[in-house]
Design a protein around this ligand. Sequence first.
Ligand code: BYC
Length: 341
Amino acid sequence: MTAGTAAASTHQARFDAAMAADERIEPRDWMPDDYRASLVRQMAQHAHSEIIGMQPEANWITRAPSLRRKAILMAKVQDEAGHGLYLYSATETLGVGRDELLDKLHSGRQKYSSIFNYPTLTWADVGAIGWLVDGAAITNQVPLCRCSYGPYARAMVRICKEESFHQRQGYELLLALSQGTPAQHEMAQDAVDRWWWPSLMMFGPPDDASAHSAQSMAWKIKRHSNDELRQRFVDICVPQAEALGLTLPDPDLRWNEERGHHDFGAIDWDEFWQVLKGNGPCNEQRITQRRKAHEDGAWVREAAAAHAAKRASGRPGAPHESTASDGSGRESDEAQVEATA
Ligand code: BYC
């Protein structure tokens, strides 16, 4: 055995022992290349989903029916931008740059969640997204707080807390509509009818068609299979739908005493794979809008880079830690004014 192979097998043995002991892997720890690549794949898809996920709801900010609803929706969409940023930062700890990840999103080489390729046709869709889409996201993401990779697990703790608020706002919005006029009730039901099946698809393909599940579970990135989490979500939603006074659009949905779970109807997997291939109702619109937002934001990235370079240069008049990064923004602006005066 050469010195190189001996070192590699020691590294691998340490990694395996950390997995067996349920310990976290941190950025400076050795990790197998495939483990790193799989994390980058999943975390990047997750980050992309958060920022693409801003679009369907942002569509309703200007038409929110009250100031209260508008303020809540703006806060929620901003939270999603924040989730994207935590996740891009966490992915960067694996040695991959944000520019590269965004480039892969914009060129269709990395995916984002299928759910965001459906349109938000009415105000009730904002409620259905909160209740069902964020509800599915929480069900999927709570176990990710125990993911073996430290930065991803820690990002998920905060994200899940915020998602929980998002889910409640959606539920409360749908409840208000469901208990409103007959037209409002009908609008809420129509939104649930359209979002239910795509929400079930968020959990990924069935276990026997899930390419990555077995390995990701062995590496403790995923703690449960796609089908297990989907079932958990269905069981959670049934009583909530009853409380909302809304019907889930599945005639085969019923309690199975023997299994201790709800049985549910067949998912249209052909639709799912079509959406993944880019043929969903909004794929093109979402990616075009994303590219445009990126191009429109070029001047902000350039200004931030120039600011950072100026600070790093230590030139007289360059913004200092004490003023520029005290978090207030105001003093930082004043320092800039003084520097240029
Ligand atoms: N959509 O082997 P599988 C949010 C892909 S954001 C698109 O089972 P895995 C929110 C999969 O990537 C929600 N693609 O994969 C934001 C793979 O393709 P590649 C996002 C999907 O990784 C704003 C292939 O299909 N959440 O909630 O073991 C507002 C085979 O799948 C989907 C996350 O990303 C899909 N639905 O399991 C509101 C959570 N499903 O990579 C809400 C983190 C599968 O080989 N991710 N694919 O090209 C995960 O937990 C897992 O990656 C998944 C899939 C359960 C999604």
